[in-house]
Ligand binder design. Structure first.
Ligand SMILES: OC[C@@H]1[C@@H](O)[C@H](O)[C@@H](O)c2[nH]c(CCc3ccccc3)c[n+]21
Length: 484
């Protein structure tokens, strides 16, 4: 049991601002701040993990945690372009079927890398290991180096500019170089690697749902589907490259909602939604079966379409990270689906959900049984080892979090009792942090952090977590907290 965090959301606050990413440009953009698409909070005013990691790791150990999933920022390791590093790339038509990063390329990357950043990440990771904790290193948690994705240019040019992030195969090739370098450089400190965190949210929020406040915030179903295809190729090519540098398990972390039909005539819609948001990412990386979800009627509805078999994508995952917070209730819409407001991730903060459930500060319905449903869905379809890599709640008053913790962990226990191979539970998160477009207003931490003084406040649910961690199960005396 432990916690997950991401670099851009936690590192800055005291020193070492990393200004070289699309997300940095995105959250500092005056137009985005003026239109309210981002909060105006800035990551450089954050919790300062880069400097305070020993204090925070002390907290994790005191809370009974034995595992940390931490991210590395691509733009810190390679602040300048790596395009000059020669690698062998093979295409089959538009399909990127191999990227060979040989030792000469690794030596070249090592000369280009920001060695101060490499060494500092080694200090942070060594500190985790020296405390007897396990370490999962995640290579990518959303920010892309600015020389590969200028989100303001992309937004203002309607995606017609050059530096277009996941829309370009260049980004895939440079990502594979970076991912192999990470595996090569940190192999001795990691217990496991994750290639990406939530590729489905990156393309979904960036191109299908501009209100989410993600770069480049340009509505383009075609763009979203192309970004999705390139992300899947990036994961497969990075897996191949990383496995040349390490024998440690290499997996993928996916965002999930428990997708449910509103009524009996919406079951097909729920199937299409589950394919579009979950299986269409992971199927190709297991079986090579590239299913396609065609955007119909200006992206308001979607239809499943087979795009054929790709041998070069099959068998590219050793484990799956399951991020789960809430459900999604869907209705039929044309040949596809639409998500219903009032339920799951689309509920409203400050009022009960349409299902009569509690709702978090971020408007997400508390729906613990969905975690068991999502774990079952992955287990039945793929049979791969799983880790709950994110589960948590924006809850500044800590009114809901104790019950949220107990209820969701009970469902993890249920999954294990049912024979599913669930290796761990990582809470999002140990500490409050920078919640992307929402900034610092959403408090996900078991511990609060005063951003001016960097002083830590213990929330009662940190003590609940400690009890559960110490008992290695949900103790009977805590079960009263689950408001059924
Ligand atoms: O919002 C809390 C956390 C973020 O801080 C993490 O960086 C990110 O990995 C993350 N993902 C999710 C779930 C996102 C989601 C929303 C709606 C539907 C499906 C997934 C929640 N969170």
């Amino acid at each position: 049991m432990g916690y997950s965090l991401a670099g851009f959301q936690s590192e800055m606050g005291i020193s070492e601002e990393d200004r070289n990413s699309d997300w940095w440009a995105w959250v500092h953009d005056p137009v985005n701040i003026g239109t309210g698409i981002v909060s105006g909070d800035l990551p450089e005013n954050g919790i300062g993990y880069w400097d305070l990691y020993e204090r925070y790791h002390n907290l994790a150990v005191e809370t009974g945690m034995d595992t940390a999933r931490l991210g590395i920022e691509w733009s810190r390791i390679f602040p300048e372009s790596t395009a000059g590093v020669k690698v062998t790339v093979d295409y089959d038509g538009h399909d990127l079927v191999s990227v060979d990063v040989d030792d000469r390329a690794l030596e070249h990357l090592d000369r280009l890398a920001n060695m101060r950043a490499v060494e500092h990440y080694r200090k942070i990771f060594s500190d985790v290991r020296e405390r007897g904790m396990k370490l999962i290193i995640n290579a990518y948690h959303w920010p892309i180096p600015i020389y590969l994705h200028d989100p303001i240019e992309s937004r203002d040019s309607g995606l017609r500019n050059k530096r277009n992030g996941w829309l370009n195969h260049d980004t895939v090739v440079e990502f594979v170089k970076y991912a192999k370098y990470i595996a090569w450089k940190f192999e001795d400190l990691a217990d496991m690697f994750s290639i990406m965190n939530e590729p489905n949210v990156v393309c979904g929020a960036g191109y299908f749902n501009p209100k989410a406040g993600f770069p480049p915030g340009f509505p383009s179903p075609e763009g979203g589907l192309l970004a999705k295809k390139h992300e899947i190729e990036a994961i497969a090519r990075a897996y191949d490259a990383m496995k040349e540098a390490t024998g440690k398990p290499v997996g993928l972390i996916m965002a999930n909602g428990d997708i449910q039909a509103f009524s009996d005539e919406d079951h097909e819609a729920a199937e299409v939604a589950t394919h579009s948001e979950r299986y269409s990412f992971v199927d190709p990386l297991r079986t090579g079966e590239m299913k396609w979800v065609e955007a119909l009627s200006q992206g308001r509805s979607f239809r499943e379409k087979s795009a054929g078999y790709r041998e070069d994508l099959a068998d590219k995952l050793d484990w799956i990270g399951v991020n789960y917070y809430s459900r999604s209730v869907v209705r039929k819409s044309g040949q596809g689906y639409r998500v219903l407001g009032g339920y799951g991730y689309s509920a409203t903060a400050g009022m009960r959900s349409k299902g009569g459930r509690e709702v978090s500060d971020s408007g997400w319905e508390v729906y613990p049984e969905g975690l068991l449903n999502v774990l079952s869905s992955y287990w039945e379809r793929y049979g791969l080892p799983m880790i709950v890599t994110e589960n948590g709640i924006a809850d500044a008053s800590d009114r809901l979090r104790p019950g949220y913790l107990v209820s969701h962990m009970k469902y993890v226990e249920r999954a294990i009792e049912k024979g599913m191979d669930v290796r761990g539970y990582l809470h999002w998160s140990l500490l409050d942090n920078y919640e992307w477009a929402s900034g610092f207003s959403m408090k996900f931490g078991l511990y609060g952090v005063d951003l001016r003084t960097k002083k830590v406040q213990t929330r009662p649910s940190a003590l609940v977590f400690k009890e559960i961690a110490r008992a290695r199960c949900v103790p009977e005396e805590l079960e009263w907290m689950v408001q059924e």
